[in-house]
Write a protein that binds this ligand. Structure first.
Ligand SMILES: [Mg+2]
Length: 267
């Protein structure tokens, strides 16, 4: 039976990476198996392209494929000039600078914070904060105003084609792309016939639902993606983080029939 052109689309923190740190060792053998099978692994994270390129370079086979950065705001190809194109971010910063002063005064973006401020606001090391500050497609902000101000800000954003999405801590300005809206971009770009999406948090929920098969990786530290319909094709990984990722992907590959001796998936 012909096997589908399979794509693995994966969140990083708490999914393919440990909750604390950048460890992914339990998943390394499965990443190597995917590389031998020529099955793309597309990373999808809130991190910047600068952060993700460093992580992808450590993983077998992953750096050849595009990745979705800044929570879906951007999709970047290896060696693409887009990896350094900051036009969208500069448009967002220009919008912020033109806001009425009372709104602007309550809105502090990564571009205002700088690496030390980003480190303080996020708990990242300074070196990681430098990479996190290399925004290209979106601007995470701290909002210190009231609800009425937030409503006015939303109207200002809408008038400029900008969306403000409230995350756990940051109000992120962007142009409306999300991890979920990038599923179809990935499908087209790589001519995928089957996308398996893996994630551990509510912000992965719609990406998982938009894929052909979803894997919920258990998150001992917070809420899980939930609210899937009865027809959703969802499985639950057997463990948190990269160990669970490896277990779930192994099961899927075995079930579809991607054995090690078979032909490669993509010619
Ligand atoms: Mg996560």
């Amino acid at each position: 039976m012909p096997r589908p052109r399979l794509i693995i689309l994966s969140d990083l923190d708490g999914t393919l990476l440990d909750h604390h740190g950048y460890g992914f060792e339990p998943a390394r053998p499965v990443l190597a198996r995917l590389e031998r099978l020529n099955i793309p692994v597309v990373l999808s994270s809130s991190k910047t392209a600068a952060e993700m390129a460093q992580i992808a370079a450590l993983m077998p086979g992953v750096a050849r494929w595009p990745f979705v950065c800044e929570n879906g705001a951007g999709i970047v190809w290896p060696d693409d000039a887009a990896q350094t194109d900051r036009e969208d971010w500069h448009r967002l910063r220009a919008f912020m600078q033109c806001l009425p002063s009372d709104l602007r005064g309550c809105l502090t973006g990564f571009g205002d914070l700088g690496p030390d401020g980003i480190a303080a606001a996020t708990g990242l090391s300074r070196a990681s904060a430098v990479l996190a500050g290399e925004r290209q497609f979106s601007e995470p902000c701290l909002w210190t105003g009231d609800d009425a101000g937030l409503k006015r800000l939303a109207r200002e954003c809408a008038a400029h084609g900008i969306k403000a999405q409230q995350g756990g801590r940051f109000l992120t300005l962007g142009f409306g792309h999300t991890k979920a809206s990038r599923v179809d971009d990935v499908r087209r770009a790589l001519a995928a016939e089957m996308i398996v999406a893996l994630g551990d948090a509510p912000n992965d929920r719609d990406m998982i639902a938009a894929a052909d098969m979803g894997v919920v990786v258990p998150n001992p530290a917070g809420p899980a993606p939930n609210g899937f319909g009865p027809d959703a094709n969802i499985i639950h990984a057997p463990a948190p983080g990269p160990a669970g990722w490896a277990g779930a992907v192994t099961t899927i590959l075995d079930d579809i029939g991607f054995d090690e001796k078979g032909k490669t998936a993509h010619g």
